[in-house]
Each structure stands twice: as C-alpha cells, then as structure tokens.
Ligand binder design. Structure first.
Ligand code: PEP
Ligand code: MN
Length: 350
C-alpha cells in the first residue's frame, strides 16, 4: 500500500500516518516525490486485514494506492541507485558492466578473465562457484574453492565480484566472499533463499525466472526488501517463448516497463539470452539503447574451452570491442560508460 500525502501535509501529518500504520503491525518507509511525501506500508496484514479506508479520508492524505510490492514500487518517485562495496553504484548516470566467466574453473582462468575485463572497462567481475546446471552430470562448480578464488582475484585486481547463491544455508558463506549475491533465473521464486537474502547487507542481483512475469519478479524482489535488505538489482536474461533463434528470447520491453514500475536498477544479460557469442554484441547494444542500467556478460580467456556455456562466451578481444561500441550507445541513451584510457585502440588477442 502506498499512502500519497498532499503537498501541504506537515511532518506531523506524516508522523501521524506512520503511527497509524505501525500501530496495526505494519512497517513503513517514506520517500519524497516532487513536493509530496509517500508512505509505503508493508507487512503481513497488508492484504485485507487492515482497512485503509479511514486513512484515505484524512484531510492531508491525497490517495491510498494499493501496490502488491510497495517497497519495490517506484510510486512516481525517482529511481534509486544501489551501492556496491564502497564506491561503485548501479542505477545512476554511469552504466555498470559486469563481466567474467560463466563458471570459476581455476585461478589462472579467473585471474586472466578479471584482468582482461577490468582492462576493457568492466567494474564488476562475474563467475559462478555454485552452478545451477540443467543436468546433474554437468560441471556443478568448484563450490567453496571457487568462492576462495573469487575472493583472491578480487583482492589482487580490486574488482568487486558477483556470484550465485542457490542454497539458503550458504548465504553467509557466499556473502563473506562476494560483493553481490546473484539469484539465478531458476531460483527467482526460491522463497527460503529470498528470505535469507533479506537478512544480509550485501546487494542482491535477482535474475528474472525463465517464465516469470514482471509482477512475479517484483514480488520476488519484495521478499528481499521486506526482509530488510534495501539493495536489490533486477536482471532481464531472456524468457522462454516459441522463438528458437536464440537460447531464450530477450524481453527488452521489460527494461522500460520495469523502470516505470520500480525504483530498482535493471541490468540485462545478453549472454544467457543469446546462447551464441555472435549475438551478444547486438543484444547488448540494444539493451543499452533501451535504457538498461548495465549489463552482465560472459567472457572467457579461451571461450571454446569453457566448462559451461562455451557457445556464448566472448573472448577478451571481442569483449573490449563490445565495450567500445557500447560507449556510443550509452552516450545516445544519455548515460556514461567510463572506459579506461588505453591510448590508441589496440588489438587484444582472445
Ligand atoms: C549465470 O548467470 O551464471 C546463470 C546461470 O544465469 P541464469 O540464472 O540467468 O540462467
Ligand atoms: Mn552461464
């Protein structure tokens, strides 16, 4: 529920509204939209038990807007950036590009990936230690050893890392080693996992389920937000449709549609949508043109030898090319993509 106050409402009026709501066992969070305040109410009694009618009739209340996901709702306000580590933000003026291998395979593979993507302008290193593979016989990730490698490479390169957590019991251990915890598409509605992630203070990258609607994605985000973790980043990574030209169908309309509904940043993963390295660049450019707050891209020092998702991995050289192309799309979309100054364009050998 979102309570919109009138511009003339005072701080006292706002406090009265909050007290009224909190006395009914709900939590509140207020934010400003232009010249007015909005009080977002969340909690178990939100669906029916609490009658907001009385509040709606108050002189200083403009309207009461039902929202299934009040904490994720934009409510007409500004979009908000999420802070990663001490000084990296996503959802502001600068685009955030996360890049790295699908899976962490070895120190050498991860370190080479990290230096290459950092040199091309990525600000966040991706790499899976726990992999949600379709087949139980496929490589499942290095587990804790993979987390340790991520932490080592993060220390050496200064790049913060994002990695997937699948098991609620491993949230603390993954949070110890990573700066952002990823919820994979297959776990978007893993409620015990979402609840655990609501307890921690690390940002959560929540990928859209293969067949999830945008409301379902926002409700999944709401679980994390309602648990007390305010830092959620959404990610469109392609959905299942009858289209068979790509591994999944990248739903780019989700980008502006989500941004209209939520204040949370929205990334796009062109790699898992494409499933084919040749298609990653055009999808990435289109995502930036559509207003995405950033991208997450798979890059491997020897793409064809990758232990998972080899077909969609970019070589370091192709990734550097992509970053240069993206800079133009970023500027056209009114965003910045700060690239390291590497002097004249050089060929990077993949
Ligand atoms: C991944 O990013 O490594 C991954 C498995 O992606 P998704 O959950 O989107 O399939
Ligand atoms: Mn992958």
């Amino acid at each position: 529920m979102l309570i919109h106050l009138k511009p003339a409402a005072s701080g006292r009026d706002r406090d009265d509204v909050r007290e009224w709501v909190e006395a009914r066992g709900l939590r509140t969070r207020s934010f400003v939209v232009g010249d007015r305040h909005i009080v977002a109410c969340s909690g178990p009694g939100i669906h029916g038990d609490v009658d907001f009618g009385e509040l709606g009739r108050r002189r200083q209340v403009d309207r009461v807007e039902p929202s299934p996901h009040p904490l994720a709702a934009r409510g007409g306000g500004d979009r908000r950036a999420v802070l990663i580590g001490d000084d990296l933000t996503v959802g502001g003026q600068d685009l955030l590009v996360a890049a790295g291998p699908c899976s962490v395979e070895s120190y050498d593979q991860l370190a080479r990936s990290a230096w290459a993507v950092a040199g091309a302008g990525a600000r966040l290193l991706r790499g899976g230690a726990y992999k949600p593979r379709s087949s139980p016989y496929a490589f499942q990730g290095l587990g804790l050893e993979g987390l340790r490698l991520l932490a080592d490479v993060r220390r050496e390169t200064g790049l913060p890392v994002v990695t997937e957590v699948m098991d609620p019991r491993l949230v603390d251990s993954v949070a110890e080693h990573a700066d952002v915890l990823q919820v994979g598409a297959r776990n978007m509605q893993n409620v015990p996992l979402l609840r655990e992630l609501g307890r921690i203070e690390r940002p959560v990258l929540l990928k859209r389920g293969l067949s999830a609607t945008l409301d379902e994605l926002l409700l999944a985000a709401e679980y994390v937000l309602a648990g007390g973790n305010a830092s959620v980043i959404l990610c469109e990574r392609g959905i299942r449709t009858f289209g068979d030209a790509t591994r999944f169908t990248l739903d780019l309309s989700a980008v502006p549609a989500l941004q209209r509904r939520t204040h949370l940043p929205v990334l796009v993963d062109p790699s898992h949508a494409a499933g084919d390295r040749e298609l990653v660049e055009p999808l990435a450019c289109a995502a930036v043109a559509a207003g995405a707050d950033g991208l997450i891209v798979e890059v491997h020092p020897r793409p064809s030898e990758a232990w998972s998702d080899a077909d969609q991995a970019l070589a370091p050289g192709a990734f550097a090319e992509l970053m240069h192309r993206l800079a133009g799309f970023a500027a056209a979309a009114g965003r910045r993509l700060p690239l390291p100054d590497i002097g004249p364009r050089r060929e990077v050998v993949g």
